[in-house]
Write a protein that binds this ligand. Structure first.
Ligand code: HEC
Ligand code: HEC
Length: 354
C-alpha cells in the first residue's frame, strides 16, 4: 500500500507517556525532514520513531477502531463518531459522549490528521497517540488497563498483539495501534489533484476559475489560511464563530492562557488567540457537513458565505479574514472548486472484529 511508506528518519521526537485526559501541549522538537521520493500531493508524513507503521499494526488498529469492547458502555467505538461514510465525522452538529453528556465541539474529520502537529480544534494534544488516549477515555469512558485485560482474553487479539508488539495488549500499545491506523486515513487523489498532475480532463473550466477565486489575493484569498496541499495552515485563527453567543468558546486562547498561568508567565497570544480554532482542512469537504467547531452550518454554501462575509465581528477577529464581494458567478466557481477536493468515494471495507 502506497500510503504506508515508512519514514527512515522521522520528524517528531515526543514523549510516549503523554496519555492523560487533560494533557497539555508539550513542545514538539523537530528536525529537518529527510529528502524523500514523491509520495503524492500530501508528501511524506512524520511518523514518531517509537511507533513505526507496519501493515500488521494498521490492521490491528483498524479492528480496535471498530471494536465496542473499547467503550465503558459496550456499545460505542471510535466509529460511533468517526464514520467512514460520513467523511470520518458523524454528520451531527454535536454528539454525545458515553455518559450522555454532550460534546461542546463538532466531531472533526480524521482525513489526513496524521499530517498535523497539534490535535483537537484548540491544538491541546501534542501527539496523536496522546490525543487518542484522551479520546478513548473522555469520549468512550475507556479504562485502558482493564480493557487491555479484556482484549488479552480474546485469542485472536492475543495473537495480533504478540505479532505486532511482541507482547500482550497494554494501556499504551492500544493507542499506538489506533494511531497507526488513523495515519492511513487519507483524502488525496481528488479531481483537483489529478488536474494538478496533468490530467486536464479531471475538472471543468468552472473549477479552474474557482481555484483562481479561492487563491487570488484580489479575490477571495482563502489560501491565506486554507493552504494547499492540506488546505489548512494547521494554525489557529479567530473567525468569530461563537462570538454571537453569550459565552463563546475561547479555543486556543484558553489553552495558552491556562498554560501561561501554570508557568506563572504572561503569553500575549493567550489574548489574541481567544476564540481561535485550528483551520479545518477543505479536502473531502463535501463529506463532512455540518461545518465549524460548533457545527452551525448545515450546507457548504452556508459555511462559504459566512467566510466571504468576513466571519463574525469580535475584538479578536483575525486580520487575515476580510469581507469579500464576489460576483454570483465567482461564488459558484469557488464552490465548484471546493467540491473538486473530494476524491471519488469508494466504500470503506470494515474489518472483522474478533
Ligand atoms: C462521542 C464521539 C467521539 C468518539 C466516540 C470519538 N471521538 Fe474523536 N473526536 C470527537 C470530538 C468531538 C473531537 C473534537 C474535540 C475537540 O477538539 O475538543 C474529536 C477529535 C478527534 C481527533 C482530532 C482531530 C483533529 O483534527 O485534531 C482524532 C484524531 C480523533 N478524535 C480520533 C478518535 C479515535 C481514534 C477514537 C476512538 C478511540 C475517537 N476519536 C472517538 C468525538 C469523538
Ligand atoms: C483567517 C484565516 C481564514 C481565512 C482567510 C479563511 N478561513 Fe475558512 N476557516 C478558518 C477557520 C479557523 C475555520 C474554523 C472556524 C471555527 O469553526 O471556529 C474555518 C472554517 C471554514 C469552513 C468550514 C470547514 C469545516 O470543516 O468546518 C469552510 C468551508 C471554510 N472555512 C472556507 C473558507 C473559504 C471559502 C475562505 C475564503 C473565502 C476561507 N475559508 C477563508 C480560517 C480561515
Amino acid at each position: 500500500m502506497k500510503s504506508l511508506k515508512i519514514l527512515a528518519l522521522a520528524l517528531l521526537v515526543f514523549a510516549a507517556s503523554c496519555a492523560s485526559n487533560t494533557e497539555k501541549p508539550a513542545p514538539a522538537a523537530s528536525t529537518a525532514p529527510a529528502p524523500t521520493p514523491d509520495v503524492g500531493p500530501l508528501g511524506e508524513m512524520a511518523i514518531p520513531p517509537d511507533n513505526p507503521i507496519t501493515p500488521d499494526k494498521v490492521e490491528l488498529g483498524k479492528k480496535l477502531f471498530f471494536d465496542t469492547r473499547l467503550s465503558k458502555t459496550g456499545n460505542m467505538s471510535c466509529e460511533t463518531c468517526h464514520q467512514p461514510d460520513k467523511g470520518w465525522a458523524d454528520g451531527k452538529p454535536l454528539s454525545a459522549r458515553f455518559d450522555g453528556s454532550m460534546n461542546t465541539r463538532h466531531t472533526p474529520t480524521l482525513y489526513n490528521v496524521g499530517y498535523y502537529k497539534q490535535w483537537y480544534w484548540d491544538g491541546r494534544a501534542a501527539t496523536l497517540e496522546g490525543q487518542i488516549t484522551a479520546a478513548w477515555r473522555g469520549q468512550m469512558g475507556g479504562d485502558p488497563e482493564a480493557m487491555a485485560m479484556t482484549l488479552n482474553g480474546v485469542d485472536a487479539y492475543k495473537a495480533d498483539f504478540q505479532k505486532v508488539f511482541n507482547g500482550p495488549a497494554a494501556a499504551d500499545n492500544i493507542p499506538k495501534a489506533l494511531a497507526a491506523f488513523v495515519r492511513t486515513i487519507r483524502s488525496q487523489d481528488s479531481p483537483w489533484d489529478k488536474y494538478q498532475t496533468g490530467d486536464k480532463s479531471a475538472v471543468n473550466d468552472d473549477v479552474v476559475k474557482g481555484f483562481d477565486v479561492f487563491s487570488n489575493s484580489d479575490k477571495a484569498n482563502c489560501t491565506l489560511c486554507h493552504l494547499p496541499p492540506l488546505f489548512t495552515d494547521t494554525l489557529f485563527h479567530n473567525v468569530g464563530i461563537g462570538f454571537d453567543k453569550p459565552m463563546p468558546d475561547l479555543g486556543r486562547g484558553k489553552i495558552l492562557g491556562d498554560a501561561a498561568e501554570k508557568a506563572g508567565k504572561k503569553d500575549p497570544e493567550a489574548d489574541t488567540l481567544k476564540g481561535a480554532f485550528k483551520t479545518p482542512t477543505l479536502r473531502s469537504i463535501t463529506e463532512t457537513a455540518p461545518y465549524f467547531h460548533d457545527g452551525r452550518a448545515q450546507k457548504l454554501e452556508d459555511a462559504v458565505d459566512l467566510m466571504l462575509k468576513g466571519g463574525i465581528k469580535n475584538p479578536n477577529l483575525d486580520e487575515k479574514l476580510k469581507a469579500k464581494t464576489l460576483k454570483p458567478q465567482e461564488r459558484s466557481q469557488l464552490i465548484a472548486f471546493l467540491k473538486s477536493l473530494t476524491p471519488e468515494q469508494k466504500p470503506f471495507e470494515k474489518p472483522q472484529v474478533p
